[in-house]
Design a protein around this ligand. Structure first.
Ligand code: C5P
Length: 255
């Protein structure tokens, strides 16, 4: 069953924790897994304590810091991220196969070292970001005129070869990645938007609906503003998250 990951893109821990508390009833036993994403904005403001506090509320945590640096620095960053207790981490695939392999080794060694201290019950998943979902072919200097889908596939193969668990991509690319890399190689897809003509796509460009993302084979759907900024007169974040979970469950049952 695909999982919903709510992006807690807030500047303060107080706002993030209030949102998480709001959504906590959705992780009650028997309910689908609900993950929280701690990204750059929140992590830079609050640090690893945020991961610990959200975990204590019963959520699984995706620490979305998208590491890209020389291998030795990435190794240290991955070790620190594992130590925070995060259940999922990521690096940039364009850092290359060596950086990927070093990140995997760092994840493995740090897991063994810190699993008891952090209460981790399994190795944190390690993903590689392919091409950001806010980018189209035309405006990405890294693509140099090549179609995003082609580069995404190349980076997915490179990441699989380096031992990563999956990639961050647009849901528009998930089906081709699954075809090329197999069903065990995971796809985590931001850029999810509900089919509502009045809802903004914000800065996302390569977007898909929750239903289409699940049908395409996405394993984790990352949703930020459509949940966290959901209009109060339509039930606010809880109603929005429930609606997306319902759409995901319907699509998964049909897949
Ligand atoms: O608000 P929205 O649903 O657009 O949030 C998407 C989240 O996913 C943001 O936190 C963003 O940083 C993250 N993300 C993304 N594209 C990627 C990787 C992460 O949009 N390729």
């Amino acid at each position: 069953m695909p999982k919903l990951v709510v992006a807690l893109d807030f500047q303060t821990g107080a706002e993030a924790l209030a949102m998480a508390r709001n959504l906590a009833p959705l992780v009650a036993p028997g309910q689908p897994d609900l993950w929280m994403k701690v990204g750059l904005e929140l992590f830079v403001a609050e640090g690893p304590q945020m991961v610990r506090e959200l975990k204590a509320m019963g959520f699984k945590i995706f620490l979305d810091l998208k590491f890209l640096d020389i291998p030795n620095t990435v190794r240290g960053a991955v070790r620190s991220a594992v130590k925070s207790g995060a259940d999922m981490l990521n690096i940039h695939a364009c850092g290359g196969a060596d950086m990927g392999r070093i990140a995997v080794a760092a994840r493995d060694e740090a897991y063994l070292e810190y699993k008891d201290e952090c209460g981790l019950t399994g190795k944190p998943l390690l993903f590689a970001v392919t091409v950001l979902t806010s980018m189209l072919d035309v405006d990405n200097p890294i693509l140099r005129g090549r179609p995003a889908a082609e580069v995404v596939l190349e980076l997915a193969r490179l990441s699989q070869g380096a031992g990563l668990d999956g990639v961050v991509c647009s849901a528009q690319e998930a089906a081709r990645i699954k075809e090329a890399c197999g069903p065990q190689f995971l796809c985590l897809t931001p850029g999810i938007r509900v089919p509502d003509p009045s809802a903004p796509a914000d800065d996302q460009r390569r977007v898909m609906t929750p239903e289409a993302a699940v049908a395409a084979g996405s394993d984790f759907l990352v949703v930020g503003r459509p949940v966290t900024r959901a209009a109060q007169d339509k039930g606010g974040p809880v109603a929005a998250a429930r609606d997306i979970l319902r759409r995901m469950a319907t699509a998964a049952a049909q897949a």
